[in-house]
Design a protein around this ligand. Structure first.
Ligand SMILES: O=C(O)CCC(=O)C(=O)O
Ligand SMILES: [Fe+2]
Length: 381
C-alpha cells in the first residue's frame, strides 16, 4: 500500500495526549516515507490570522499596477517582491501565476571579510522583504508577519516530530539549522542556531483563457526542508505525483495546511523522507482566481546536507526498501544539495528563475548561468 491514491490527513490535536500521540507519529512516518505530502488539521496557527491572510490575498493583487511595480523583485538583492504573470517558466513552459515573495524578519548580512563576499555570495540572499506601504495596504504587514512567526514555530516543532517518526535521536536534525563551523557562534548551551530566514509567497493563479494552456505552475520539487502551504481559496488545482507517476488531486480542505517535503530534507535523510513532485493547474475559464500561500522552511546557509550523516534504525530503513522504486519524474532535482552549501543551492535556483534580478545584483553568477545574455524569461527547471 505504498503507492498512494490520496493524501493522508493528520490531526495535530492527537499530539496533546500521550494516548494518541503514537498514532500521530506512526501516520507521520507513513506520510514522510511513502507520500511526501500530508494535510495537517488543528495546527497551532490562530484561525483568525489564517483567515486574515486569506482575505488579504485578493486585495494584494488588486492594488494598482503602479503600487505592485513599485515592489518589483528586481529592486531586491534578496529576491523579494512582486513578479508579474509569465515571469517564470517551469519545464520550458510559462507559469500562469502572479506572485509576491516575502520572508521572515532578517537583517541584511554584514560581511566580516572580503573572502566571504567573494566565496559566499549567498550570504546576501537573505535580508529584509519589500512590503506594501502601510497606507497602500493597511495592516497587511503586521498580520502577515504574525502569521509567519506562527508557521515558523510550527515548522521547527515538525523538525522534532519528524526526527521522532524516523527513529532519530532527539535533536539529530538540529545540525541543519546551525552553522557548521563549531566555534562560529557558540553560546553557553552549545552552538547557537544560525541566522535563518524562511520565504513565503502569496500567489494568484488567474483562470485559464479559453484555448490556452493550464500550467499554473509546472511539475517541480520544492527546494525547502519542509513546505507549509495554505490553500487560500476553495479552488482545486494542486496535484501530487505518486510513486507510479499518476497525478493525485490535493484539493483544499478547510482548516488544514498542506505540508510537503522539500529536496533539502529528502537529501539529508538519504531519500528516506521523499520530496514529491507537484504542480498546479489553472482554474477553468470563467472561474475566479485561485490563491495560495506557501511557506518554505530553510536550513542554515553554510550547511552542505551531503556532509550530514544520520543513522537510521534498521526497521526504518526497511520501510524505505518496501516502498519500492520511484517512477521516473521529469521534475527538477536539486542534485546540487549533495555537494554545495544550501545557501548556494538556493541562490542558484533564484538566479535561474529571476535572471533580471540576478543581472542587477549578482552579475558574476548571471554571466556564469547566462553566458549569452538575458533569456526571454527565467527558468527554474
Ligand atoms: O500554489 C500552490 O498550491 C502550490 C505552489 C507551489 O507548489 C510552489 O510555489 O512551490
Ligand atoms: Fe511547490
Amino acid at each position: 500500500m505504498s503507492n498512494f491514491s490520496s493524501i493522508p490527513i493528520l490531526d495535530y490535536a492527537l499530539l496533546s495526549s500521550p494516548a494518541t500521540r503514537p498514532a500521530f507519529i506512526a501516520q507521520l512516518r507513513h506520510a514522510l516515507i511513502n507520500v511526501g505530502f500530508l494535510y495537517l488539521a488543528h495546527a497551532p496557527v490562530a484561525p483568525a490570522d489564517v483567515a486574515a491572510v486569506a482575505a488579504y490575498a485578493p486585495r494584494l493583487f488588486a492594488l494598482p499596477q503602479a503600487d505592485k511595480d513599485a515592489l518589483r523583485m528586481a529592486r531586491s538583492p534578496h529576491f523579494f517582491g512582486y513578479s508579474r504573470v509569465g515571469a517564470e517558466l517551469t519545464k520550458g513552459r510559462t507559469d500562469q501565476r502572479e506572485q509576491f515573495d516575502f520572508g521572515t524578519p532578517c537583517a541584511a548580512a554584514v560581511p566580516t571579510d572580503a573572502r566571504d563576499v567573494e566565496e559566499k555570495p549567498y550570504l546576501r540572499l537573505w535580508g529584509p522583504a519589500q512590503w506594501p506601504a502601510e497606507d497602500v495596504l493597511p495592516g497587511f504587514r503586521a498580520v502577515f508577519e504574525r502569521y509567519l512567526a506562527q508557521v515558523e514555530a510550527l515548522s521547527f516543532e515538525f523538525v522534532d516530530l519528524l526526527a521522532e517518526a524516523l527513529g532519530l535521536a532527539p535533536g539529530a536534525l538540529a545540525q541543519c539549522f546551525h552553522d557548521p563551523a563549531p566555534d562560529s557562534a557558540r553560546t553557553e548551551d552549545g552552538p547557537a542556531r544560525a541566522r535563518l530566514q524562511h520565504r513565503a509567497k502569496v500567489v494568484k493563479y488567474p483562470p485559464r483563457a479559453p484555448g490556452e494552456g493550464d500550467q499554473g505552475v509546472g511539475p517541480h520539487f520544492d527546494g525547502s526542508f519542509l513546505t507549509f502551504l495554505l490553500q487560500a481559496s476553495p479552488h482545486a488545482g494542486l496535484q501530487v505525483q505518486n510513486l507510479s507517476g499518476a497525478w493525485i488531486d490535493a484539493p483544499p480542505i478547510p482548516g488544514t495546511f498542506v505540508v510537503n517535503i522539500g529536496k533539502a530534507l529528502e537529501t539529508v535523510t538519504q531519500g528516506l523522507a521523499r520530496a514529491t513532485s507537484h504542480r498546479v493547474l489553472s482554474p477553468p475559464p470563467g472561474s475566479t482566481p485561485r490563491y495560495s500561500v506557501p511557506f518554505f522552511q530553510n536550513i542554515a546557509q553554510d550547511v552542505c546536507v551531503g556532509d550530514v550523516r544520520l543513522e537510521f534504525p534498521e526497521e526504518i530503513l526497511k520501510l524505505k526498501d518496501e516502498r519500492g522504486a520511484l517512477a521516473a519524474t521529469d521534475s527538477v532535482n536539486y542534485a546540487e544539495y549533495n555537494e554545495l552549501p544550501s545557501g548556494l543551492v538556493n541562490l542558484i535556483g533564484r538566479v535561474k528563475s529571476h535572471p533580471d534580478v540576478a543581472e542587477r545584483h549578482y552579475p558574476d553568477l548571471f554571466k556564469q548561468f547566462f553566458p549569452d545574455g538575458m533569456p526571454l524569461q527565467g527558468s527554474a527547471y
